[in-house]
Design a protein around this ligand. Structure first.
Ligand code: NI
Length: 143
């Protein structure tokens, strides 16, 4: 048994969960990930935590009113400014800020200038929630 085999076997052992396969554990850098996103409004998955996806998106538009009856939704601003209209107030988020929109609460995100956002929500959550329509994005890729 050579040293390399021992090392790689040991590493594999250390990252294996109970009854699970080998996972790729590596650092995710937001800047590097955003460099791989060339279009606005194209949501990309960068990580999964349990059954939640962490998604990045570059946004520059006024979105539509919608809600997610089945889940809360996290918006974290990585760069730029994001406005989220609620029915009773308007939230202004800037770089380094986040908000949790509770399930069932209507919201309308918008950005005049390009904004870089991290979203955290269960896998399969639609960007347009219960509203549907042309802006519904379903072709999520991992980057
Ligand atoms: Ni939403």
């Amino acid at each position: 048994m050579n040293a390399r085999f021992v090392t790689s076997t040991l590493s594999a052992f250390l990252v294996m969960g109970k009854g699970e396969g080998i996972m790729d554990i590596s650092v995710v850098n937001f800047k590097d990930k955003f460099k791989k996103i060339h279009e606005q409004h194209s949501y990309k998955i960068i990580a999964q935590m349990n059954n939640y996806h962490l998604k990045l998106v570059k946004v520059q538009r006024e979105f539509i009113w919608h809600k997610h009856p089945e889940t809360d939704e996290v918006f974290m601003v990585i760069d730029g400014k994001l406005q989220i209209d609620l029915r009773d107030k308007v939230l202004h988020l800037k770089k380094g800020e986040m908000v949790v929109i509770p399930r069932g609460v209507e919201h309308k995100p918008s950005c005049n200038e390009e904004c870089k956002i991290l979203l955290i929500e269960p896998a399969g959550t639609l960007n347009t929630g219960d509203a549907g329509g042309d802006l519904t994005f379903t072709e999520l890729e991992w980057i």
